[in-house]
Design a binder for this molecule. Structure first.
Ligand SMILES: CC(C)(COP(=O)(O)OP(=O)(O)OC[C@H]1O[C@@H](n2cnc3c(N)ncnc32)[C@H](O)[C@@H]1OP(=O)(O)O)[C@@H](O)C(=O)NCCC(=O)NCCS
Length: 302
């Protein structure tokens, strides 16, 4: 492909073309996570640009003009596999920087699948540096269910009706202080619990305080990257005053056992690989990295 490359706003009738490039690019760069399916780039982005070569849409720049606590605004790029050339990759990355500059951002955070060397090379050339890695991990179906606990003074049970606000408060207390954490809104918890209440496991102390949480989600209409029924763990959290006593290990074991009792075999989760506590815990029970996404940052000078 030798034609003139042009970055421009997407037309109102181009949503399908944008999504098609997005999906083919991600299927190449992150095939395992792609099977989670149905992620609309236009739904996520607040601003997009398409890359057109020879009157064909071959690339997409998508940014979300919503700063993280450290002021970074997220951006993503996609490029059709048949057109992967350094000059086009660089055009996309520069396009992301421009969009965020126009949106008033002071730091660009480009999310890049670890396999997408084409993006990383262009990002490095544009002055980006890797800052973080999110690992998507999988516990293979053949891995035994870990045995752990119980923990003295704590009892385990699922969330009860009318308890959602209390669980939300516990989650926000327990997550506080993790990298760029933004409080979980009530609506998001409600969505997570929809059809999945029995897997929201809580550990309570004798005073009925919620000390730890683990959400074990079973959604067998979907598939894990290895083709087994979709099952994952999220919101594994422990109260800061009760850490390093084996409570997370106990909750994780309970979550895995719960999922397997319901019919799950392999189990997935996502974790900040730069946060040693959860990452080591997951590795120690047999979770392996299936794919990963990196965050690359660039400061904008005004
Ligand atoms: C991650 C978290 C749940 C761990 O809770 P915890 O009850 O302290 O963990 P446990 O005592 O059960 O420790 C289990 C394993 O985690 C690892 N671990 C725990 N704390 C650690 C630390 N400070 N440094 C390194 N590894 C650590 C160890 O492998 C440990 O096993 P070991 O005790 O046999 O060495 C807790 O730190 C937390 O709530 N963090 C905020 C929320 C979060 O990041 N959740 C992870 C979601 S992906």
């Amino acid at each position: 492909m030798t034609g003139v490359a042009r970055l421009r706003a997407a037309g109102p009738d181009e949503a399908d073309a944008v999504q098609a490039v997005w999906e083919s690019s991600n299927a190449e760069d992150d095939p395992a996570s792609w099977s989670r399916g149905g992620w609309s780039v236009i739904g996520w982005a607040t601003h997009t640009r398409v890359l057109e070569v020879d009157h064909r849409v071959v690339g997409v720049v998508a940014v979300r003009a919503e700063p993280a606590p450290d002021q970074a605004m997220p951006a993503r790029v996609a490029l059709d596999i048949s057109t992967r050339q350094p000059r086009l990759a660089q055009k996309l990355v520069r396009g992301a920087v421009e969009l965020i500059r126009e949106a008033g951002g002071v730091r660009v955070r480009l999310f890049v699948p670890s396999r997408a060397e084409w993006t990383q090379t262009a990002a490095r050339a544009a002055g980006f540096e890797p800052v973080r890695m999110v690992a998507h991990m999988l516990l293979p179906a053949s891995a035994p269910t870990p045995q752990a606990g119980p923990v003295a003074g704590l009892h385990l049970r699922p969330i009860r009706p009318g308890e959602d606000r209390r669980v939300l408060a516990a989650l926000n207390r327990n997550w506080a202080g993790t990298w760029n954490f933004v409080s979980i809104p009530y609506e998001m918890l409600k969505e997570d619990l929809d059809g999945q209440r029995e897997g929201m496991l809580l550990a309570l102390d004798d005073a009925d305080q919620i000390i730890a949480t683990c959400h074990a989600v079973y959604a067998p209409s979907g598939q894990n990257p290895d083709g087994n029924p979709r099952a994952w763990i999220s919101n594994l959290t422990v109260d800061p005053g009760h850490r390093e006593r084996g409570i997370a290990r106990f909750m994780l074991a309970a979550g895995i056992a719960h999922l397997r009792e319901r019919g799950a075999s392999s189990i997935t989760l996502g974790v900040d690989a730069n946060n040693p506590a959860p990452f080591r815990l997951y590795q120690s029970v047999g979770f392996q990295i299936s794919t990963s996404t990196e965050a690359w940052d660039k400061e904008l000078t005004r």
